[in-house]
Design a binder for this molecule. Structure first.
Ligand SMILES: C[S@@+](CC[C@H](N)C(=O)[O-])C[C@H]1O[C@@H](n2cnc3c(N)ncnc32)[C@H](O)[C@@H]1O
Length: 259
C-alpha cells in the first residue's frame, strides 16, 4: 500500500512566489464571467485559493484537500465567501459549478485522467476546468531521487513511498477533455526559476516531490539521505553568483464545457 505524504505547509511555503506563478498563469486563461461558485481541488495551504477572491469577487469559493496539516494552514483565510474542507479528489463530486481549479495536485493521483469526466460533469454548461501539473518527472531532481531511493540502505524503507506516477501531457488532456464536450486550451511551459539560498533545490523538493521518500526513512537514514541527495542535487544544479537555476516543466489544461 502506497503511503501519502504528510505535508508541511512551512516547508511548502519555501519559494512561495515561484510556486504561485503557474497558478496565476493558469487562472489568467479562465475567461469565465458571472462566476458564482468555484472549487479548488487540492487547495493546499490556502493562500492561492484565497487569491481567487480578487479574480471572482462575487463567488463562493471552496477549497478541498486531503491533508489536515494543509487545511490547518488554510483556515485563517476562511471568511463568509471562502471555506475549506477535508476531502479526497478521487471521491469528490460536485454539481453546477462555474469554475474548478486544481493546481499542482493531480500529479499525486494515479490514473488522474479517469477523474476528468467527473470534473466536467460537476460543471454547469459553459463552466470552466483549469488544471496544472508538474511535468518534471524526468528532471535530474526526480531521476536522482528515484535512483537513490532504490539503492541500499534506503530501498528497503523507501520501497512503499509514493513516487509520483507518470503524468499526462497536453495532448492527452486535449483528447480526453474534448471527448467530454469541452473546448480545450492546453500547453506546457518550462519556468527557469532562479532560487536564492543554499541547497536551494533540496529545500524546494523537500516541500513536495521528495516528501514521501524522506518520510519513509528512519531519522538517522533520513539525515544521511538528505546529505547524499543534497550533494547530488548541488552537482546537477550548481549554485552561481546569481542563485541556483531550476528549470521546471509544467503542463496546463483549461477547458470550457459546452454551453
Ligand atoms: C503541491 S500541493 C499544491 C497545493 C495548492 N494547490 C498550490 O498550488 O499551492 C499538493 C496538494 O494536493 C493535496 N492532495 C494530494 N493528493 C490529494 C487527494 N487525493 N485529494 C485531495 N488533495 C490531495 C495535498 O494534500 C497538497 O495540499
Amino acid at each position: 500500500m502506497r503511503r501519502s505524504p504528510v505535508w508541511s505547509p512551512e516547508q511548502y511555503g519555501t519559494y512561495a512566489d515561484e510556486r504561485a506563478r503557474p497558478f496565476r498563469d493558469l487562472v489568467e486563461r479562465v475567461r469565465a464571467t458571472d462566476v458564482r461558485t468555484v472549487v479548488d481541488l487540492g487547495c493546499g495551504p490556502g493562500a492561492l485559493t484565497a487569491s481567487l477572491r480578487d479574480v471572482w469577487p462575487e463567488a463562493t469559493i471552496r477549497g478541498i484537500d486531503s491533508s489536515p496539516q494543509m487545511l490547518e494552514a488554510a483556515a485563517p483565510y476562511a471568511d463568509e465567501h471562502l471555506s475549506f474542507e477535508l476531502g479526497d479528489v478521487r471521491e469528490w463530486t460536485g454539481a453546477d459549478l462555474d469554475v474548478i481549479v486544481t493546481n499542482a495536485t493531480l500529479q499525486w493521483v494515479p490514473d488522474q485522467v479517469e477523474l476528468l469526466p467527473g470534473f466536467v460533469r460537476a460543471l454547469r454548461p459553459g463552466g470552466w476546468l483549469a488544471i496544472q501539473i508538474p511535468g518534471n518527472g524526468d528532471a535530474p531532481s526526480h531521476a536522482i531521487l528515484r535512483e537513490l531511493a532504490g539503492t541500499p540502505p534506503y530501498a528497503e524503507y523507501a520501497k512503499d513511498a509514493s513516487l509520483r506516477p507518470d503524468v499526462p501531457g497536453p495532448a492527452e488532456f486535449v483528447d480526453v477533455l474534448s471527448a467530454e464536450g469541452c473546448v480545450v486550451d492546453a500547453w506546457e511551459t518550462t519556468y527557469f526559476h532562479v532560487l536564492s539560498g543554499d541547497n536551494a533545490v533540496l529545500e524546494w523538493v523537500k516541500g513536495t516531490g521528495a516528501r514521501p521518500v524522506l518520510q519513509s526513512l528512519p531519522d538517522e537514514l533520513r539525515k544521511q539521505f538528505e546529505a547524499e541527495y543534497g550533494a547530488r542535487l548541488a552537482e546537477a544544479y550548481p549554485q552561481k553568483d546569481y542563485g541556483t537555476l531550476l528549470p521546471f516543466r509544467r503542463i496546463f489544461a483549461v477547458a470550457q464545457k459546452a454551453g
